[in-house]
Design a protein around this ligand. Structure first.
Ligand code: FA5
Length: 342
């Protein structure tokens, strides 16, 4: 073997051995590519040595070729290993960077406290449950109403003094005083009777509005739950029994209720419904009565065949009673210290 080739071969074998270490330490794919080009590329010492093999005798050529190929294979194996190692590391880095923390919570943050529904919402849900248990379904109506639904169809014509007692908040739309925020949930009675045939058993909870000054028992925006039962041969006794049953289910047995004669244009006879407070006094919760024949007629229902009762309770007042709260305004102060008790 000519000495120059022997030197080239030895140099290449040495470079291949060093490359193994360099590849094992390479920090990125770019460094691997540089080493690969250096040792296996077109201008590399490997290519130069291979070219020189052609000048050798066949006997020497086989030996030199074997050594050169062995060295080349070493380099190729080390390059492949380095590539595999660095690709896996790059993928792991990328996964770590793209990882999403879906726990929405910093480990060092204070433990989260569970929220709760507003006490008035809880009362409303419970009321719905109690009446659904008695066979009623839940109905809804709009918060902005026309004079027909809020008053006229309920037997409160324009001249009627009862209109004044509602402290209605009118909406500046159409003819004066013809569009308003509903002052009670009773218009839902009309909407249901217009659209369904008796027998009817519905409750309609929802927001109601009056130009009332807020005090310990009044809010300008409050909630009522309307009840309507239309069937054959319904009497005041059915109404009293239903209210009794509801009070027991909602408050328990220790709370007493009473009906007091009252007046509403849409019921006849009419009553007001109070429950006893722990101090022995009474709180008015709602009005009720037998649906007035004019109201049935306004909805196309024959009062000779069908009778019914209706009631309207203040949900905020029910919640005040249930939790023994002194002032109804607590419900709208948005004080978390108050609300978190429920
Ligand atoms: C009515 O609104 C009648 N629609 C109830 C009714 C329905 C009678 C069906 C007959 C048949 P009244 O104005 O009394 O009635 O209100 C009913 C209840 O709503 C009151 O007893 C009270 O619990 C509640 N309420 C009325 N105004 C307020 C207010 N400003 N803040 C909180 N609750 C109120």
């Amino acid at each position: 073997m000519r000495s120059s080739l022997a030197r080239v071969l030895e140099g290449y074998e040495q470079a291949a051995a060093e490359a193994e270490e360099r590849l094992a330490a390479a920090a990125d794919i770019g460094a691997v590519a540089d080493i690969e080009r250096d040792l296996l590329g077109r201008r590399s010492r490997f290519t130069a040595a291979k070219r020189q093999l052609g000048d050798l005798d066949p006997g020497e050529r086989a030996e030199a070729g074997r050594r050169l190929n062995a060295a080349r294979q070493r380099v190729e194996t080390s390059v492949a290993a380095a590539r595999t190692r660095l690709t896996a590391a790059a993928r792991a880095d990328r996964h770590a960077a793209e990882r999403l923390d879906l726990t929405e919570r910093l480990p060092q943050a204070a433990p989260l406290r569970r929220g709760s529904f507003h006490p008035v919402t809880q009362a409303r849900d419970r009321l719905e449950d109690v009446f659904i248990g008695m066979g009623y379904t839940v109905a809804e109506g709009p918060e902005v109403e026309s004079a027909w639904y809020n008053f006229e169809a309920l037997n409160i014509p324009e001249w009627h003094p009862a209109r004044g007692s509602f402290d209605t908040i009118f909406v500046n739309l159409g003819e004066p005083e013809q569009v308003m925020l509903r002052s009670h949930t009773s218009p839902v009675q009309i909407r249901v009777m217009e659209n369904r045939k008796p027998p009817i058993y519905i409750v309609a909870p929802g927001r109601t509005f009056r130009a009332d000054t807020a005090d310990a028992t009044h809010l300008p925006a409050f909630n009522q739950i309307e009840g309507l039962a239309i069937d054959r041969n319904i009497t005041m006794g059915d109404l009293a029994g239903t209210i009794d049953e509801f009070v027991r289910a909602f408050f328990g047995t220790e709370v007493k209720s009473r009906l007091r004669p009252s007046y509403f244009p849409f019921t006849e006879p009419s009553a007001e419904f109070d429950i006893s407070r722990p101090d022995g006094s009474w709180l008015e919760l709602g009005g009720c009565g037998m649906v007035h024949p004019n109201v049935l007629r306004n909805c196309g229902i024959d009062p000779e065949q069908w009778q019914g009762f209706a009631f309207g309770f203040g949900i905020d007042r029910l919640a005040v009673m249930r939790h023994e709260i002194d002032d109804i305004r607590e419900f709208v102060n948005n004080d978390v210290r108050f609300l978190s008790q429920f």
